[in-house]
Ligand binder design. Structure first.
Ligand SMILES: C[S@@+](CC[C@H](N)C(=O)[O-])C[C@H]1O[C@@H](n2cnc3c(N)ncnc32)[C@H](O)[C@@H]1O
Length: 251
């Protein structure tokens, strides 16, 4: 298996999916509704925005101006197209920059990040990104979390390998407090938010790629690994889920 082939297949699997992580507009809007005293035209920073399903949902639900950050230019290009179709392009500014190294002239009323804070690490992201917030600003992020203390061996093995820092909801709430935020609420995304806009389209794409790479054993092996994540969730969705954590900076 080569890195080049792995990379090629990863992006082929992830090209043009409706979302790049579990999520749906209803969950985005439910979390947004928890923010009670945002200004009428808040400025929002959406970190790891991907193709921007949540960016567009936030822009449509508010009069916000949104800076949307990602390092994968094709996702930002997709976001621009989606925003134009939704009639909100003039309020969304795509920026190709890394979440590890963000610097802006403005500070934000709200930082949003769906399915991306794991890249920098949950607590590290909360601490580091906090400096980009106005005093008392809000943060809303989704993070894959253990939903119970005793999970199946299969789930534990898979995620200990893929994301060893994955924690329970209680542990994440403790991290929220340690990082200097007051938790405003949290909820687990419904299972449909994994399937409808993410795993179902991804499984369909994997089937097409299996056919395309039918003579290539290394490619089939990579596709097996991608598919294993989907099958694991099918069997063990009680063990783990994506959780929205909504919070307010202490100062
Ligand atoms: C799992 S996807 C989630 C995308 C989107 N928020 C969604 O829910 O559809 C994670 C995103 O983080 C982006 N990403 C990866 N490394 C990054 C970095 N260092 N800085 C900013 N974005 C990054 C990826 O390109 C991808 O779009």
């Amino acid at each position: 298996m080569t890195d080049v082939l792995g990379n090629e297949i990863f992006w082929a699997v992830h090209k043009d999916l409706p979302r790049e992580a579990p999520g749906d507009d209803a969950s985005t809007l439910r979390a947004f509704a928890m923010l009670k005293d945002l200004p009428a035209e808040p400025n929002i920073l959406d970190i790891g925005c991907g193709p921007g399903a949540q960016t567009v949902a936030l822009a449509r639900a508010s009069q916000a101006n949104i800076v949307a950050v990602d390092t994968h230019q094709p996702f930002l290009d997709d976001l621009v197209r989606r925003a134009a179709r939704a009639g909100v392009a003039e309020r969304i500014k795509p920026v190709n920059a890394s979440m590890f190294d963000l610097a802006f002239d403005e500070r934000f009323d709200l930082i949003w990040s769906e399915g991306a804070i794991y890249i920098i690490g949950f607590e590290e992201g909360l601490r580091k990104w906090g400096s980009l917030l106005k005093p008392g600003g809000y943060m809303a992020v989704t993070e894959i979390s253990w939903l119970k203390p005793d999970v199946s061996n299969e789930s534990a093995r898979f995620w200990l390998d893929g994301y060893p820092a994955m924690a329970t909801v209680e542990e994440n709430l403790a991290r929220v407090a340690r990082a200097g935020y007051q938790p405003l609420g949290h909820f687990t995304l419904p299972e449909s938010a994994w399937w409808n806009l993410y795993y179902h389209p991804m499984a369909e794409r994997i089937t097409q790629l299996r056919e395309m790479y039918r003579e290539n054993a290394a490619a089939q092996e990579i596709l097996d690994i991608e598919y294993a994540e989907i099958e694991l969730y099918r069997k063990h969705s009680n063990d783990y889920g994506y959780v929205f954590y909504v919070m307010k900076a202490d100062c």
